[in-house]
Design a protein around this ligand. Structure first.
Ligand SMILES: Nc1ncnc2c1ncn2[C@@H]1O[C@H](COP(=O)(O)OP(=O)(O)OP(=O)(O)O)[C@@H](O)[C@H]1O
Ligand SMILES: [Mg+2]
Length: 237
């Protein structure tokens, strides 16, 4: 049984147990829920690595999906101040692109975004300790933005330790863990219920949802498995 999301508007930093485990999908789902509630909500992916040139501009899939799911349109330079072209770990991509990631600039963009909306959903990069510079990582960014954190735990072998280490890293920084979402990244994972139970017993925050493997992952379908939304989705594979 899912715990409810906070009522009304809320902002959060979405992190995950790893890269490619559903942070963007969950962020988009949270945006969908807030938009349904009539909240003016913006999205940020402050650092994105991997961009394609399309229709006269550089595009990153995560930044595009988040922008598409939000209802406060803002310039991409504000919502993704560091759109790195190279698809690699951010500090490596930044070095290749000859870009210096400045945490103060991200903060300025975030502060500006905050003045334009009632809530903001910020997607992190990769796992929680992914470096952004030689001296600053994604965890530092969450701490700097002082947002409550939602952890996406990608359900696959090894996820229990990854999730618990991430929870420890969140706690040690004094950040609020608003909740966690289990996401079925490995459709062939065995003992899902036992893994979920092991996680729920050990994570001192509410389980906000369990997203099954979806045939057509979308913000609205993922949202139906988060909080106490209606479970109307029918394309659970
Ligand atoms: N429950 C699911 N069912 C089906 N496909 C999923 C599910 N969750 C995520 N996916 C797909 O897996 C891929 C990775 O998901 P997503 O982009 O949300 O991960 P991420 O953690 O944001 O990755 P990154 O570290 O690159 O930002 C996407 O193609 C997404 O549509
Ligand atoms: Mg993503």
């Amino acid at each position: 049984m899912n715990h409810p999301l906070p009522t009304g508007n809320f902002s959060c930093f979405v992190t995950g147990t790893d890269t490619e485990i559903g942070k963007t999908l969950v962020s988009a789902a949270l945006l969908y829920i807030l938009v349904q509630r009539g909240v003016q909500v913006a999205a940020m992916k402050p650092v994105a690595a991997g961009a394609e040139w399309r229709n006269g501009a550089w595009h990153n899939d995560d930044a595009d999906m988040l922008a598409h799911s939000a209802n406060v349109p803002l310039p991409p330079t504000l919502t993704t101040p560091y759109l790195l072209r190279t698809p690699a770990a951010p500090h490596i991509a930044a070095a290749i692109d000859k870009v210096v990631i400045d945490p103060a600039h991200i903060q300025q963009c975030f502060n500006h975004v905050r003045t334009q909306c009632e809530a903001v959903i910020v997607e992190g990069v990769g796992g929680f300790r992914v470096p952004l510079t030689d001296h600053f990582d994604t965890a530092d960014l969450a701490q700097q933005l002082a947002l409550p954190v939602i952890l996406v735990a990608g359900l696959r072998l090894g996820c229990i330790s990854q999730a618990l280490l991430t929870v420890e890293a969140i706690q040690v920084r004094g950040l609020q863990l608003m909740g966690w979402v289990a996401n079925t990244v490995d459709p062939h994972m065995g003992h899902v219920a036992a893994n979920l139970q092991a996680l729920a017993q050990r994570i001192p925050a509410p389980l906000l949802g369990h997203i099954p493997r979806l045939l057509e992952p979308s913000a609205s379908v993922a949202a139906s498995f988060i909080g106490t939304q209606d479970h109307t989705a029918s394309n659970d594979a």
